[in-house]
Design a protein around this ligand. Structure first.
Ligand code: SF4
Length: 379
């Protein structure tokens, strides 16, 4: 889902490495003791499940998993209108995804986010959600997802039943015509219904909006009031240069420092230490009593405290959203049922996690710094 594109993401948050290490050791021991996470015929996820500490002493505790590259929208900043999606044989099955995710949980992942594409358009996706939900409290602290909201009215109750408590919904505008323009195929009313159904089911929602110059910048005050008036946080995201699309990115690039300065004419914002385990920095808005987050991959380097890695629906592990280096875990899991070998492949990948990204958008380099679409990596 949106959350993607050019979205930032990735980077992340901080954990005190020593504390995280201790916690992860605890989780690994719990897994050893309970044998939680033994999936299919694979060997138990027990021994060798060492915590993942990268070369810069960052503990990896957050996994984002793109369960599909498909989506029922075609947001202009994310996808071309005619996309070539991956052939089915390249995709991990839901059982394979479960095995991989469980291996990461055994190795210290405490927060797992399902993304896409749009995760809820993958057939039988609730099987995976239910299986992973069983691990909440046995290593996993939180299972969540990022969605475009189109399928929420169908799945909200079941998501809650599986243990999901918070979700991110991507929404860039409150104007139905502009919504259709930016998503090409999206139905604004359906998304509003989905948000309502999710809140009714008890899911806490954070709205994510990509800040786009001359598109939704003027709407931001209204979006803040809309979100906060319904008990939702709102996070605005600077665009990121990922994936070949048809637009000129520099035309839409809006530095959040400028957006924030504009908003401060209408709102009183005070810094808060609130964090969700993601890269957003939050302020409290006095007039609404709600929280507003900023994710600024282009103007602020948030890599120092990165605690996350990304797994694609083909089993490729990206250690950094803004770099092309990756590890093919599909080859490993299709070659062996031995989880010790899988753990070793993960360790080898984590040992290659770079210090940070180098995104650039400017007129002379008007091409993506990373050519894959965010819908492949999952935002
Ligand atoms: S994944 Fe879908 S909803 Fe999300 S930004 Fe891309 S096209 Fe839009």
């Amino acid at each position: 889902m949106r959350g993607k594109f050019n979205l930032p993401w990735s980077a992340a948050v901080s954990l005190d490495a020593a504390m995280a290490y201790t916690h992860i050791i605890g989780i690994a021991e719990a897994v050893v003791n309970s044998k939680v996470g033994n999936v299919g015929n694979a060997t138990p996820l027990v021994a060798d499940a060492r915590p993942m500490i990268d070369p810069f002493q960052r503990a990896i505790s957050y996994l984002r998993v793109s369960v599909t590259d498909r989506c029922d929208f075609r947001c202009t900043y994310c996808m071309a209108e005619n996309m070539n999606f991956l052939p089915k044989k390249d995709l991990l099955t839901l059982e394979e995804l479960n095995r991989l995710c469980s291996a990461f949980i055994a190795k210290g992942v405490r927060k797992l986010r399902l993304t896409g594409g749009e995760p809820l358009v993958r057939k039988n996706i609730m099987y995976l959600v239910r299986e992973l939900g069983k691990q909440i409290g046995s290593g996993l602290d939180e299972l969540t997802l990022t969605t475009n909201g189109s399928q929420l009215s169908r799945f909200a109750d079941e998501l809650y039943d599986c243990g999901v408590r918070r979700i991110n919904v991507s929404l860039d505008t409150l104007d139905p015509d502009k919504f259709r323009q930016i998503t090409r195929w999206g139905d604004f009313a359906k998304v509003m219904e989905g948000i309502e159904a999710a809140q009714k089911a008890g899911l806490k929602i954070k709205l994510n909006a990509v800040a786009l110059k001359d598109f939704n910048d003027v709407e931001m005050p209204e979006m803040i009031r809309f979100a906060h008036g319904r008990g939702m946080d709102l996070t605005v995201i600077e665009t990121m240069p990922m994936g070949e699309i048809e637009e000129d990115r520099t035309d839409r690039y809006l530095p959040l420092s400028k957006l924030r300065a504009d908003l401060e004419r209408n709102f009183t914002m005070s810094e808060t230490g609130y964090r969700t385990g993601g890269p957003a920095r939050y302020v409290e808005v006095k007039e609404t009593g709600g929280r507003l987050g900023f994710i600024t991959p282009m103007t602020h380097n948030f890599c120092e405290s990165c605690n996350r890695v990304r797994l694609t629906c083909t089993g490729t592990l990206y250690m950094c959203l803004g770099q092309n280096d990756a590890a093919d875990l599909r080859a490993t899991i299709r070659a062996t049922e031995d989880n010790a070998l899988l753990f070793a492949a993960i360790d080898e990948a984590i040992s290659r996690k770079p210090k940070g990204h180098d995104f650039i958008i400017d007129r002379t380099h008007n091409r993506p710094a990373v050519a894959r679409h965010m819908s492949v990596t999952g935002g």
